[in-house]
Design a protein around this ligand. Structure first.
Ligand code: PMP
Length: 285
């Protein structure tokens, strides 16, 4: 690929991008990130992503080197320079380099800001038609999952475990309950058509798509319950699905090889996917 990427104030070819080996993002995963979907060259739900970025920064005493307006300008420049119709913009902010390795936060380090684009088809998704097979696995992540940091090795391990065993993704469990997917929020639908998802806390990432979906679902008279649910309840659910910025809503058709409902993508997941995509498309007009 020959993308133009953004690194600390410069738009440069990806092959010329350079970060210090002492950067704390590299040494300590001392960094936060956001991914905003792009449809028809427009950012989707970006205010929500920027608000969460500001919150992540606050929780870690990280300082954004540019304003949120400037960030939006950079995101839009990358869409333009790389001619992105559909895909995403990845943004990462690290605490920068202190010129050596030391656990304590450096006093005078300049934060590192990197953004790059990814061209990818989002609306047309084979998984939206086929559904996903998930496997449950213990959640071994740290206890501040509400902060969107780049320390993603535990979810990478979970995802790889799932793929190596013939599944599409992993749902993480803690104390007998589902927390979320490896890189998405998890939902089930009960027999009476209620959508159940885990309430917000430090145990899960506060998904921007989740927030939009819960609002859209209540407007569509779909009942919502924010409560814990177990893998056993999920395996007996009528439907199951996931949400994230770049997958929107994807149906889950089996959990631990147990078919969900009739083993086909369910109608509520399909309906929520449609109304979320309609909302996203309305932001591109
Ligand atoms: N949970 C986790 C662990 C995630 O990594 C993600 C996606 N980054 C989500 C949930 C979904 O969040 P969003 O809808 O903001 O993409």
């Amino acid at each position: 690929m020959n993308r133009i990427v953004y690194v600390n104030g410069e738009y440069i070819n990806e092959h010329d991008a350079r970060i210090s080996i002492f950067d704390r993002g590299f040494l300590f995963a001392d960094a936060v990130y956001e991914v905003t979907a792009v449809i028809h060259g427009k950012l989707i739900d970006n205010e929500g992503h920027m608000a969460r970025l500001e919150r992540s920064c606050k929780e870690l005493a990280l300082t954004l080197p540019v304003s949120v307006d400037e960030l939006k300008h950079i995101q839009e420049e990358l869409i333009r320079l790389n001619d992105i119709d559909e895909g995403g913009i990845y943004l990462q902010l690290t605490r920068g380099s202190a010129g050596d390795r030391d656990f304590a936060y450096p006093k005078d380090a300049q934060p590192t800001l990197v953004l790059f684009s990814q061209a990818r088809s989002l609306i047309e998704s084979p998984k939206a038609k086929k559904g996903m097979k998930v496997v449950t696995i213990e959640d071994i992540r740290w206890h501040r999952r509400d902060i969107k940091t780049v320390q993603l090795l535990a979810p990478c391990m979970a995802k790889q475990f799932a793929l190596d065993h013939g599944y599409d993704d992993a749902w993480l469990t803690e104390d007998g309950y589902i927390t979320e997917g490896s890189s998405n929020n998890a939902y089930i639908v009960t027999d009476d058509g209620t959508v159940v998802t885990r309430p917000l806390s430090n145990d899960i990432l506060h998904g921007i798509t989740r927030k939009a979906l819960l609002q859209l679902a209540s407007e569509a008279d779909i009942k919502i319950e924010e409560r814990l649910f177990t893998p056993e309840e999920a395996m007996k659910a009528k439907e199951a699905f996931i949400s994230s910025a770049t997958t929107f809503v994807l149906p889950v058709i089996s959990i631990n090889d147990q078919a969900i409902g009739d083993g086909k993508p369910g109608p509520i997941a399909a309906r929520l996917r449609k109304i979320y995509i309609d909302l996203a498309l309305s932001q591109t007009a």
